[in-house]
Design a protein around this ligand. Structure first.
Ligand code: HEC
Length: 270
């Protein structure tokens, strides 16, 4: 019988496959266990509904203004925003008077006096946002060796944009038991590698809002992210408006073309 060896051969094959399969399966279990104790993947980003989402989205001005307050009172201690001038703040609806006062609240280099000593003067709307550190070395020295990135275009520079920034600001947790933290680092669910050199910058009531909105951590994070997104995309609203106008025009043009076609062809039907 030619087929008499088939059944044993199949059995042997099945046994081999099982044995070979079992080894990787066991290894996979080990990996899974390892992952549980040492998380290697960040959870997926929260997806918030932002005022500036979608083709008609605009920046919630009140939120962006509260966000600037947070930048001014909290983030600007470590993060520069080199590409912004104080006068740009008119883009989030601040008045000229408010902008003058904000600029004047910082001291900037003002040339030299008649003894040749460098002097300072109050800032003007035409000045750049004042940086917290004179240079990168000083910034690193004050931050456990890490450089606080410039925040002018941070929203564009990170995958996930606003949702990532929000996730970082709200992603601080106690490190899982058994995870060895580097000195001076904080555990953050969303930072690559989970250890971030920025101590948790926002908590409930980190700032006082003047418009009656409650400064919870969630609210503060949303507000500062709205501000940072505006800062990185100040022309976004205009771009969207142009886009909407172009689409409306194309719809109109299609209508006109169709009407014209019908008219021209109408004579030919009979
Ligand atoms: C005490 C200084 C300090 C303050 C205050 C601070 N940061 Fe940071 N921040 C840092 C440092 C340092 C890093 C770099 C972290 C690293 O590389 O581990 C950083 C990094 C970040 C990152 C980047 C994460 C990435 O993907 O690189 C974001 C976003 C951020 N900060 C936002 C903020 C916001 C918003 C505020 C204000 C609410 C703020 N920070 C306040 C020091 C600070």
């Amino acid at each position: 019988m030619r087929f008499k060896y088939v059944a044993p051969a199949l059995l042997l094959g099945a046994a081999l496959v099982t044995a070979l399969g079992a080894a990787p399966a066991a290894a996979q279990q080990d990996v899974a266990k390892f992952k549980q104790s040492q998380p290697t993947e960040a959870p997926s980003l929260p997806k918030l509904a932002w005022s500036f989402d979608g083709p008609f989205g605009t920046f919630d001005r009140a939120s962006a203004q509260r966000g600037f307050l947070i930048y001014q009172q909290v983030c600007s201690a470590c993060h520069s925003m080199d590409q912004l001038y104080y006068r740009n703040l008119s883009g989030i609806g601040l008045s000229e008077e408010q902008i003058k006062a904000i600029a004047a609240s910082v001291q900037v280099p003002g040339g030299v006096n008649d003894q040749g000593q460098p002097i300072e003067r109050p800032g003007l709307p035409s000045d750049h946002f004042k940086a917290p550190f004179p240079n990168e070395e000083a910034a690193r020295a004050a931050n456990n060796g890490a450089l606080p990135p410039d925040q002018s275009v941070l929203e564009l520079a990170r995958e996930g944009g606003p949702n990532y920034l929000y996730a970082i600001l709200t992603g601080y947790r106690d490190p899982p038991a058994g995870l060895k933290m580097q000195p001076g680092m904080s555990y953050n669910l969303y930072f690559p590698g989970f250890q971030i050199a920025m101590p948790q910058p926002l908590q409930d009531d980190s700032v006082q809002y003047t418009d009656g909105v409650k400064p919870t951590l969630d609210q503060e994070a949303k507000d500062v992210v709205t501000f940072l997104t505006w800062a990185a995309n100040p022309e976004m609203e205009e771009r969207k408006q142009t886009g909407v106008r172009v689409v409306l025009f194309l719809v109109f043009l299609t209508g006109v073309t169709y009407a014209t076609k019908r008219r021209i062809w109408s004579d030919l039907h009979h």
